[in-house]
Design a protein around this ligand. Structure first.
Ligand SMILES: [Zn+2]
Length: 258
């Protein structure tokens, strides 16, 4: 039963942990990692890692949960991505800063600035004809849906998705993908999304090195945890484990063109 980790920040692990993970992928039947980027230096690091390891598939983008970058920084990043598009499987991670906005209640929070940057990445996605990986939860997901529909984007993956039923119905209608992390074991709202969202539009991920609670507490987040996520999806959706493995594996391959 082979798996992909459909969303990980592999560049964020220490070098030792990277080596340890790479050495153990085959024994855990992990066929590959989709490693997403935070910013230009993260893109370069993921590019380097992907050049050295055939089962690392990079996505390049700008993570929204950080200060809004200067225009020149965005231009430089967009240019770099266009110049390195052959190696990349998607644009990502991009989206809107839900958690940062919760923390920063000041009136000068530049939400509009993030929306503008996201739109630039959506245009890049269309130009390069690649899928897009989104960080967009709760009410942000609606704004992102507006933008994706405006630009007629077909291949969108909302990682670690959380949101209301109405938004999910709209996303299902558009055939957008969502993915689940190990928090499936202890977050009720994640379990509700799993139950609601069609299996043929789902993937499994770790978002590593992000640490998890419950049975994963104090453990380094390892791509092999995807196996447990898949088994829990099967249990929630009351379908066979074999079916979930096969559906999700093929989904990642098809969506990312691996
Ligand atoms: Zn992420």
């Amino acid at each position: 039963m082979k798996v992909f980790d459909a969303h990980i920040h592999f560049d964020k692990y220490t070098e030792n942990h990277q080596k340890q993970i790479i050495k153990s992928l085959a024994s855990h039947q992990v066929e590959g990692l989709i490693t997403v980027s935070m910013n230009l230096s993260s893109c370069k690091e993921n590019f380097r890692l992907a050049s050295n390891h055939p089962y690392i598939f990079p996505a390049f983008g700008f993570h929204p949960e950080q200060p809004v970058p200067a225009e020149t920084e965005v231009d430089e990043l967009l240019k770099w991505i266009s110049g390195h598009q052959e190696k990349m499987v998607a644009v990502g991670e991009v989206g809107l800063p839900y958690y940062l906005r919760l923390k920063d209640k000041s009136s000068c929070f530049q939400y509009e600035g993030y929306v503008e940057i996201l739109e630039q990445f959506i245009l890049l996605t269309m130009k390069l004809d690649k899928p897009i990986i989104l960080h967009a939860v709760y009410e942000d997901a609606r704004i992102v849906c507006d933008l994706l529909e405006k630009h007629n984007v077909k291949k969108a993956h909302f990682h670690w998705f959380k949101g209301d039923k109405k938004t999910m119905e709209r996303m299902i209608e558009n055939r957008y993908i969502v993915s689940f992390t190990p928090d499936i074991f202890y977050e009720e709202e994640t379990r509700e999304v799993v139950a609601f969202y069609p299996l043929d539009l789902t993937m499994a991920e770790t978002d590593g090195p992000w640490p998890f609670d419950g049975i994963f507490q104090n453990k380094m987040t390892h791509p092999s945890m995807v196996h447990q996520v898949i088994q829990e999806v099967a249990s929630i959706k009351k379908v066979t484990i074999e079916e979930v493995y096969a559906t999700i594996f093929n989904q990642v391959k098809d969506f990312y063109g691996i």
